[in-house]
Design a protein around this ligand. Sequence first.
Ligand code: IPE
Ligand code: IPE
Ligand code: MG
Length: 240
Amino acid sequence: MRMQAELPRHVAIIMDGNGRWATERELSRIEGHKNGALAVKKVIEAALEMKIPYITLYAFSSENWSRPKAEVDGLMHLLNQFLKQEQKTFLENQIRLRTIGRLDELPDENCKLIQDTIQKTKQFYRMHVTVALNYSSKNELVDAVKGMLRDAQLGKLNTTSLEYSDIASYLYTKELPDPDLIIRTSGEFRLSNFLLLQSAYAEIYVTPTYWPDFDQTDFQKAIDHYSSRDRRYGNVRPTI
Ligand code: IPE
Ligand code: IPE
Ligand code: MG
Protein backbone atom coordinates (compact mmCIF):
# COMPACT_ATOMS: atom_id res chain seq x y z
CA MET A 1 0.00 0.00 0.00
CA ARG A 2 1.23 3.46 -0.82
CA MET A 3 1.86 5.80 2.10
CA GLN A 4 -0.05 9.00 1.44
CA ALA A 5 1.29 12.25 2.78
CA GLU A 6 -1.15 14.51 4.58
CA LEU A 7 -1.68 18.20 3.91
CA PRO A 8 1.55 20.12 4.37
CA ARG A 9 1.81 21.97 7.65
CA HIS A 10 4.26 24.52 6.30
CA VAL A 11 4.39 25.73 2.71
CA ALA A 12 7.20 28.08 1.68
CA ILE A 13 6.97 29.90 -1.63
CA ILE A 14 9.66 31.41 -3.86
CA MET A 15 7.49 33.97 -5.62
CA ASP A 16 9.36 34.37 -8.89
CA GLY A 17 8.64 35.68 -12.38
CA ASN A 18 7.12 39.12 -11.77
CA GLY A 19 9.63 40.78 -14.09
CA ARG A 20 9.12 38.32 -16.96
CA TRP A 21 5.35 38.51 -16.55
CA ALA A 22 5.57 42.30 -17.02
CA THR A 23 8.11 42.23 -19.84
CA GLU A 24 5.95 39.82 -21.84
CA ARG A 25 3.15 42.40 -21.60
CA GLU A 26 5.46 45.33 -22.41
CA LEU A 27 4.88 46.68 -18.92
CA SER A 28 7.44 47.93 -16.41
CA ARG A 29 8.85 45.41 -13.93
CA ILE A 30 7.12 47.32 -11.14
CA GLU A 31 3.76 46.51 -12.75
CA GLY A 32 4.78 42.88 -12.45
CA HIS A 33 5.49 43.33 -8.73
CA LYS A 34 2.14 45.10 -8.24
CA ASN A 35 0.33 42.12 -9.74
CA GLY A 36 2.53 39.84 -7.67
CA ALA A 37 1.15 41.50 -4.53
CA LEU A 38 -2.38 40.56 -5.67
CA ALA A 39 -1.27 36.93 -5.98
CA VAL A 40 0.00 37.06 -2.38
CA LYS A 41 -3.49 37.97 -1.19
CA LYS A 42 -5.02 35.08 -3.17
CA VAL A 43 -2.59 32.55 -1.75
CA ILE A 44 -3.09 33.69 1.84
CA GLU A 45 -6.86 33.31 1.32
CA ALA A 46 -6.43 29.86 -0.19
CA ALA A 47 -4.18 28.72 2.66
CA LEU A 48 -6.70 29.99 5.20
CA GLU A 49 -9.47 28.07 3.49
CA MET A 50 -7.39 24.92 3.34
CA LYS A 51 -6.32 25.33 6.97
CA ILE A 52 -2.61 25.27 6.21
CA PRO A 53 -1.15 26.78 9.36
CA TYR A 54 2.25 28.01 8.15
CA ILE A 55 3.00 29.97 4.98
CA THR A 56 6.37 31.54 4.30
CA LEU A 57 6.82 33.93 1.39
CA TYR A 58 10.18 34.86 -0.13
CA ALA A 59 9.61 38.53 -0.95
CA PHE A 60 13.09 40.07 -1.08
CA SER A 61 16.46 38.35 -0.93
CA SER A 62 19.66 39.93 0.35
CA GLU A 63 20.94 39.63 -3.22
CA ASN A 64 17.96 41.63 -4.55
CA TRP A 65 19.61 44.88 -3.31
CA SER A 66 21.82 44.58 -6.38
CA ARG A 67 18.86 45.42 -8.67
CA PRO A 68 18.46 48.95 -10.12
CA LYS A 69 17.61 51.48 -7.38
CA ALA A 70 14.25 52.35 -8.98
CA GLU A 71 13.14 48.72 -8.79
CA VAL A 72 14.30 48.32 -5.17
CA ASP A 73 12.57 51.58 -4.17
CA GLY A 74 9.43 50.46 -5.98
CA LEU A 75 9.45 47.13 -4.16
CA MET A 76 9.84 48.83 -0.76
CA HIS A 77 6.98 51.20 -1.61
CA LEU A 78 4.76 48.28 -2.63
CA LEU A 79 5.63 46.49 0.60
CA ASN A 80 4.47 49.53 2.58
CA GLN A 81 1.23 49.69 0.60
CA PHE A 82 0.65 45.98 1.14
CA LEU A 83 1.21 46.27 4.89
CA LYS A 84 -1.11 49.27 5.21
CA GLN A 85 -3.87 47.58 3.24
CA GLU A 86 -3.52 44.09 4.66
CA GLN A 87 -3.13 44.72 8.39
CA LYS A 88 -6.92 44.55 8.59
CA THR A 89 -6.93 41.11 6.92
CA PHE A 90 -4.37 39.85 9.43
CA LEU A 91 -6.37 41.12 12.40
CA GLU A 92 -9.75 39.94 11.11
CA ASN A 93 -8.50 36.46 10.30
CA GLN A 94 -6.24 36.04 13.33
CA ILE A 95 -3.11 35.67 11.27
CA ARG A 96 0.24 36.15 12.97
CA LEU A 97 2.86 37.98 10.95
CA ARG A 98 6.55 37.24 11.30
CA THR A 99 9.56 38.12 9.20
CA ILE A 100 12.84 36.36 8.62
CA GLY A 101 15.93 38.21 7.38
CA ARG A 102 17.89 41.28 8.44
CA LEU A 103 14.92 43.58 8.93
CA ASP A 104 16.91 46.48 10.37
CA GLU A 105 18.56 47.07 6.98
CA LEU A 106 15.19 47.92 5.39
CA PRO A 107 14.02 51.56 5.12
CA ASP A 108 12.69 52.97 8.43
CA GLU A 109 9.10 53.26 7.24
CA ASN A 110 9.04 49.60 6.22
CA CYS A 111 10.51 48.53 9.57
CA LYS A 112 7.95 50.57 11.53
CA LEU A 113 4.95 49.23 9.61
CA ILE A 114 6.19 45.66 9.87
CA GLN A 115 6.94 45.93 13.60
CA ASP A 116 3.50 47.42 14.16
CA THR A 117 1.74 44.46 12.47
CA ILE A 118 4.04 41.94 14.18
CA GLN A 119 3.16 43.44 17.58
CA LYS A 120 -0.58 43.61 16.89
CA THR A 121 -0.78 40.00 15.68
CA LYS A 122 1.57 38.25 18.06
CA GLN A 123 -1.24 36.63 20.08
CA PHE A 124 -2.70 34.88 17.01
CA TYR A 125 -2.09 31.27 16.06
CA ARG A 126 -4.83 30.39 13.54
CA MET A 127 -2.35 30.91 10.73
CA HIS A 128 1.28 32.02 10.64
CA VAL A 129 2.47 34.09 7.71
CA THR A 130 6.20 34.68 7.56
CA VAL A 131 7.69 37.07 5.03
CA ALA A 132 11.34 36.63 4.09
CA LEU A 133 12.73 40.15 3.69
CA ASN A 134 16.39 40.90 3.09
CA TYR A 135 16.73 37.15 3.64
CA SER A 136 19.72 34.97 2.85
CA SER A 137 20.23 31.46 4.21
CA LYS A 138 23.97 32.06 4.35
CA ASN A 139 23.53 35.28 6.36
CA GLU A 140 21.08 33.47 8.62
CA LEU A 141 23.83 30.99 9.42
CA VAL A 142 26.32 33.80 10.06
CA ASP A 143 23.85 35.47 12.45
CA ALA A 144 23.17 32.15 14.20
CA VAL A 145 26.88 31.46 14.70
CA LYS A 146 27.40 35.00 16.06
CA GLY A 147 24.54 34.48 18.52
CA MET A 148 25.94 31.14 19.61
CA LEU A 149 29.45 32.52 20.13
CA ARG A 150 28.03 35.39 22.18
CA ASP A 151 26.00 33.04 24.38
CA ALA A 152 28.91 30.62 24.72
CA GLN A 153 31.10 33.47 26.02
CA LEU A 154 28.37 34.39 28.50
CA GLY A 155 28.22 30.76 29.64
CA LYS A 156 24.63 30.40 28.39
CA LEU A 157 25.38 27.75 25.78
CA ASN A 158 26.92 24.37 26.46
CA THR A 159 29.20 23.87 23.46
CA THR A 160 30.33 20.35 24.41
CA SER A 161 26.98 18.70 23.69
CA LEU A 162 25.80 20.58 20.60
CA GLU A 163 22.98 19.09 18.55
CA TYR A 164 21.32 20.41 15.37
CA SER A 165 18.32 21.44 17.48
CA ASP A 166 20.60 23.80 19.44
CA ILE A 167 21.73 25.41 16.19
CA ALA A 168 18.13 25.57 14.91
CA SER A 169 17.18 27.55 18.00
CA TYR A 170 19.49 30.36 16.79
CA LEU A 171 18.06 30.50 13.26
CA TYR A 172 15.51 33.18 12.28
CA THR A 173 13.04 30.29 11.88
CA LYS A 174 13.39 29.11 15.49
CA GLU A 175 9.62 29.40 16.09
CA LEU A 176 8.61 27.67 12.84
CA PRO A 177 8.40 24.01 11.82
CA ASP A 178 10.57 23.08 8.84
CA PRO A 179 8.79 23.58 5.51
CA ASP A 180 7.13 20.45 4.11
CA LEU A 181 6.68 21.91 0.66
CA ILE A 182 8.65 24.53 -1.27
CA ILE A 183 6.86 26.01 -4.28
CA ARG A 184 8.83 27.95 -6.90
CA THR A 185 7.03 29.72 -9.69
CA SER A 186 8.42 30.76 -13.10
CA GLY A 187 10.04 27.42 -13.89
CA GLU A 188 13.40 27.96 -12.20
CA PHE A 189 14.83 24.87 -10.53
CA ARG A 190 16.89 26.49 -7.78
CA LEU A 191 16.53 27.61 -4.18
CA SER A 192 18.27 31.01 -4.53
CA ASN A 193 19.59 31.05 -0.93
CA PHE A 194 16.18 30.28 0.61
CA LEU A 195 15.80 28.11 3.74
CA LEU A 196 18.67 25.85 2.72
CA LEU A 197 18.94 24.02 6.04
CA GLN A 198 15.25 24.04 6.87
CA SER A 199 14.31 22.49 3.52
CA ALA A 200 16.58 19.47 4.03
CA TYR A 201 13.58 17.13 3.62
CA ALA A 202 11.08 19.46 1.97
CA GLU A 203 9.29 18.38 -1.17
CA ILE A 204 9.96 20.77 -4.03
CA TYR A 205 7.33 21.79 -6.57
CA VAL A 206 8.23 23.94 -9.57
CA THR A 207 5.57 25.40 -11.83
CA PRO A 208 6.20 27.36 -15.05
CA THR A 209 3.45 29.82 -14.05
CA TYR A 210 4.75 33.31 -13.33
CA TRP A 211 3.98 34.52 -9.82
CA PRO A 212 1.37 37.21 -10.83
CA ASP A 213 -0.66 34.46 -12.56
CA PHE A 214 -0.47 32.06 -9.61
CA ASP A 215 -3.91 31.66 -8.04
CA GLN A 216 -5.98 29.42 -5.76
CA THR A 217 -6.18 26.69 -8.42
CA ASP A 218 -2.41 26.61 -8.86
CA PHE A 219 -1.96 26.51 -5.10
CA GLN A 220 -4.40 23.61 -4.84
CA LYS A 221 -2.49 21.79 -7.60
CA ALA A 222 0.77 22.18 -5.70
CA ILE A 223 -0.84 20.85 -2.52
CA ASP A 224 -2.36 17.88 -4.40
CA HIS A 225 1.03 17.13 -5.87
CA TYR A 226 2.56 17.20 -2.40
CA SER A 227 -0.10 14.85 -1.07
CA SER A 228 0.85 12.22 -3.65
CA ARG A 229 4.54 12.20 -2.72
CA ASP A 230 6.26 9.57 -0.65
CA ARG A 231 8.33 11.16 2.09
CA ARG A 232 10.83 8.56 3.17
CA TYR A 233 13.33 10.57 5.23
CA GLY A 234 16.11 8.18 4.33
CA ASN A 235 14.06 5.14 5.35
CA VAL A 236 12.50 2.56 3.01
CA ARG A 237 8.85 2.27 2.06
CA PRO A 238 6.98 -0.40 4.04
CA THR A 239 6.27 -3.41 1.78
CA ILE A 240 2.78 -4.12 3.10
C1 IPE B 1 10.23 37.90 -8.07
O1 IPE B 1 10.14 38.25 -9.41
C2 IPE B 1 10.15 39.07 -7.13
C3 IPE B 1 11.42 39.43 -6.49
C4 IPE B 1 12.53 38.79 -6.63
C5 IPE B 1 11.41 40.62 -5.66
P1 IPE B 1 11.38 38.74 -10.22
O2 IPE B 1 11.48 40.22 -10.11
O3 IPE B 1 12.61 38.01 -9.83
O4 IPE B 1 10.96 38.35 -11.69
P2 IPE B 1 11.88 37.76 -12.83
O5 IPE B 1 12.56 36.55 -12.29
O6 IPE B 1 12.85 38.83 -13.21
O7 IPE B 1 10.94 37.43 -13.94
C1 IPE C 1 14.43 34.72 -5.54
O1 IPE C 1 14.16 35.20 -6.81
C2 IPE C 1 14.08 35.78 -4.52
C3 IPE C 1 12.68 36.08 -4.39
C4 IPE C 1 11.69 35.46 -4.97
C5 IPE C 1 12.37 37.16 -3.51
P1 IPE C 1 15.31 35.84 -7.72
O2 IPE C 1 14.69 36.21 -9.00
O3 IPE C 1 15.99 36.93 -6.96
O4 IPE C 1 16.33 34.64 -7.87
P2 IPE C 1 17.36 34.32 -9.00
O5 IPE C 1 18.18 35.56 -9.21
O6 IPE C 1 16.59 33.97 -10.24
O7 IPE C 1 18.15 33.15 -8.50
MG1 MG D 1 13.44 36.28 -10.48
